[in-house]
Design a protein around this ligand. Structure first.
Ligand code: ADP
Length: 383
């Protein structure tokens, strides 16, 4: 009996120990599997964070604007490729870097700040640096600075402003003259004087309409709008331009001679644009020549190009102006030009026509000896 009790107690003890061990083992297994699951979750989360970070970093790298991120202490944590060159030790770059550091430090205080930085180059550049605080739910994460190169937008803006100012100036002169002449004409009783005044009114009106024509022509050619390409005979273009310029040439008694090759050259071009370019070169040659000074138009095939050269024996163009005469509204001598009727758009038209046709326009000139303008168009554009 006693033995039986002892055996039973031992078995019960064994069962208890086994049960405890089993329970502990189960706890262990559950804990282990939970740990594994947590690890896996963490790994996945970490992987996702890394993935998100990489995606964000690549996006920032792709921005064509400088991005510099700093922690609340002002230490730079990230700089995208656009912002990298400004860390170089050269003077201009150091100016940008200094502006970035100062603005980052100011932005950490909680306000958005900005500044323009001029780099005198070369190349001359204007940069717009701005910085913002990085804050969320009252927590401070530092600040971000953005660098924008505003050189080109500023240049375009200045050009637009110049353009409007130039047009207003050019229109104001004939408009002023017109209103003055009309006012005088109203009170004039002498028929002879009245008719002289009317002739001047007409001349000013023609000048005004010439300016408008030039402006419209330039804007049409600049936008290359409604441009039509077709095989065009260079000879036809020259004869069209000659017939347009001949009244002015006759009035000024400037003879024009043409030297054309035996074989007519044909280019694939916009005939109207090409005629306008050759006309402007011819008109300039006549305008800047004294009576009996010969103007010559020569056409030739030169390597890959068809060249139309218009040369004169006029007063020539000083070297320092030769680079700029192709700019819109650029005039060498405004006082002389205002009596000749130009507003500085003719050569801008020629240059645009050349560009539109994949060609170029060149000038050679010597003061007191004359000028020679060459319009070169690629033979590749030939039909
Ligand atoms: P505009 O329409 O007023 O003639 P352009 O753009 O055609 O202006 O020419 C610009 C400047 O270049 C003119 O102010 C003129 O002084 C100069 N120029 C152009 N062609 C000649 C030339 N053949 N001889 C001398 N000067 C010229």
């Amino acid at each position: 009996m006693i033995v039986t009790l002892v055996v039973l107690a031992a078995v019960a003890g064994l069962i208890l120990v086994g049960a405890v061990a089993w329970r502990e083992h189960r706890h262990f297994v559950v804990a282990e599997s939970n740990r594994r699951r947590d690890d896996e979750l963490r790994r996945r989360q970490e992987g996702k964070v890394v993935e998100d970070e990489t995606r964000l970093r690549l996006s920032l790298d792709a921005i064509s604007q400088g991005v510099v991120i700093a922690d609340p202490a002002g230490t730079v944590l990230y700089r995208n490729p656009f912002a990298l060159p400004y860390t170089e030790a050269r003077h201009g770059e150091a100016l940008v870097e200094a502006a970035v550091s100062e603005l980052l430090a100011e932005a950490v205080q909680g306000k958005a700040v900005e500044r323009e930085v001029e780099l005198f180059g070369p190349p001359r550049q204007t940069l717009f640096v701005s910085a913002l605080p990085l804050r969320l739910d009252g927590r401070d994460y530092g600040s971000v600075a953005l660098i924008d190169d505003i050189t080109e937008p500023q240049r375009l803006d200045a050009m637009r402003r110049d353009f409007v100012a130039n047009i207003s100036h050019e229109l104001r002169t004939p408009m002023g003259a017109l209103s003055l002449l009309a006012e005088t004409l109203v009170g004039e009783t002498e028929p002879e004087v009245a008719s002289r005044l009317a002739a001047r009114v007409q001349a000013e009106a023609i000048r005004l309409s010439d300016i408008m024509d030039d402006l419209l022509e330039l804007s049409r050619i600049e936008s290359n709008e409604a441009s039509e390409r077709a095989p065009v005979s260079v000879q036809h273009v020259i004869s069209d331009a000659l017939s347009r310029v001949s009244p002015i040439a006759e009035e000024k008694q400037v003879p024009i001679e043409t030297a054309l090759p035996a074989l007519d050259l044909v280019v694939n071009a916009d005939r109207r644009q090409l005629t306008s370019a050759v006309y402007n070169l011819l008109e300039n040659a006549v305008k800047h020549s004294e009576a009996d000074r010969l103007v010559r138009v020569t056409t030739r095939l030169e390597g890959d190009c068809v060249e139309v050269e218009v040369s004169d024996q006029g007063h020539g163009i000083p070297l320092r102006h030769q680079e700029r005469i192709f700019e819109r509204f650029y005039q060498v001598d405004r006082s002389r030009e205002s009596t000749e009727g130009g507003v500085g758009l003719g050569l801008a038209i020629v240059r645009h026509v050349a560009n539109n046709h994949g060609g170029e326009v060149r000038v050679e000139s010597a003061e007191g000896e004359g000028s020679s303008f060459t319009l070169a168009l690629l033979v590749g554009a030939q039909a």
